[in-house]
Design a protein around this ligand. Structure first.
Ligand SMILES: [Zn+2]
Length: 406
């Protein structure tokens, strides 16, 4: 089993490279700092005694002063203080790359950088001063495919192959109705993701949408394809379920926490609930749409929220450090209802979670009711046209793995 997983991991990595050989290998958004000096004129060196203009690029780093940073960009000393007073530059965040078009004498023609709003800010001379021009950044979308194998946690697996955090979160979200990412993951589980990565000037700037994914969890394969504003199975079934598998938000901080800590109680039957070990302050979310039936203190439960859902279902969330909802309020699936704590009879921070049908404790893992509508009949052709190439990409890795093992 272990051997098989390793082989698949290797094949997955090779498959991704082979399939997207034209894509720049440095696709991670967090790149090491680097400097770049480019002469933009495509003339022969001997024809131009001194290049009239340089393009320089530097990353604004934590601890950088604006003045020191501008000097590093090659801006002439006398222009540094008027430039440093430009409000747009003062809004620069650590990690941002700034491109300077500077004349040979150190006079800046323009400074430009990408904002968190996906706009490009250009600062240009305006008489004695400088002014900022902001425009939509010409981002280019590339599609990447990556695969990995779970060894310890989902984030360890995504980190190992450079999948951005936002894609890991979308993956956990998309399969949140089928997989409890706190309790269901097993060593050897594997997944493939097809996602967008936005580039500016050839450099990756951030991840976009997860377009398709496959997750093999304890031998069960689930596939998802993005279409419209939802995720569907390749046959058009909606992946959204009436209840999420896990009542905790999935995050880098909380993921893997439960794997390190032993559960405080053991077994579902022993005390009619599930305990999720998680750091105090982890967001607790409503597993389904419903109404707050109780929000307050109840002896052993400590701070507890009880939600009433359709069809005589109710859910209980106990030992909270904070309660975020009031009795009678309507909540939607995934809304925050409180934060993990250790109020009541709890020996450590954890969430005690119960799932009830007509007041009787049930194992929620035997209940998987779909709630989202399937792809509408009139959109099926469009859906299949979009889904087929994505599914073909998922097949590519799955088949490559099988072929190599035989
Ligand atoms: Zn418990």
């Amino acid at each position: 089993m272990l051997k098989r997983s390793i082989a698949l991991g290797l094949v997955a990595a090779c498959g991704a490279v082979a399939a997207f050989a034209t894509i720049a290998p440095r696709e991670d958004a967090t790149l090491p700092p680097r400097s770049l000096i480019v002469e933009p004129l495509a003339l022969q060196a001997h024809e131009v005694p001194a290049p009239p203009q340089y393009v320089r690029e530097e990353q604004f780093q934590r601890g950088d002063t604006l003045a020191g940073f501008l000097a590093r960009l090659g801006v002439d000393d006398t222009l540094i203080s008027p430039l440093a007073r430009t409000p747009a530059l003062r809004a620069l965040r650590p990690g941002a790359y700034v491109r300077a078009d500077v004349l040979a004498d150190g006079t800046p023609e323009s400074l430009s950088f990408l904002t968190g709003r996906d706009t490009l800010v250009r600062i240009v001379p305006d008489g004695e001063r400088f002014r900022a021009v902001e425009e939509q950044a010409p981002l280019e979308t590339r599609v990447l495919m990556k695969a990995s194998v779970i060894r310890s946690s989902l984030f360890a697996a995504t980190d190992a192959v450079g999948i951005p955090d936002s894609i890991a979160m979308q993956l956990a979200d998309v399969f949140g109705g089928d997989i409890d990412f706190y309790r269901d993951l097993r060593k050897g589980d594997r997944f493939t993701v097809v996602y967008e990565l936005y580039h500016l000037g050839g450099r990756p700037v951030r991840a976009g949408r997860l377009l398709a994914a496959e997750f093999v969890n304890q031998g069960r394969t689930i596939r998802a394809v993005h279409f419209g504003s939802s995720y569907y199975a390749p046959d058009g079934r909606n992946l959204r379920k009436a209840f999420l598998r896990a009542p905790l938000e999935f995050s880098r901080v909380s993921s893997g926490f439960g794997m390190r800590k032993h559960p405080i109680h053991s077994g579902w039957k022993a005390h009619k609930g599930i305990d999720y070990a998680a750091p105090t302050g982890t967001r607790v979310r409503a597993v389904g749409d419903g109404v707050v039936d109780f929000a307050g203190v109840k002896n052993g439960y400590g701070n507890v929220v009880i939600l009433r859902h359709n069809g005589q279902y109710s859910t209980v969330y106990a030992h909270l450090s904070r309660i975020a909802v009031r009795r009678g309020a309507r909540v939607a699936q995934n809304d925050t209802i409180g934060l993990v704590g250790q109020t009541g009879w709890a020996t450590g921070p954890h969430l005690h979670y119960e799932f009830r049908l007509a007041g009787q404790a049930r194992n929620p893992f035997s209940i998987a009711m779909p709630s989202g509508l399937p792809v509408p009949a009139q959109s099926l052709a469009a859906f299949h046209a979009q889904a087929e190439p994505l599914v073909a990409r998922l097949d590519l890795l799955a088949n490559a793995g099988v072929a190599l093992l035989e």
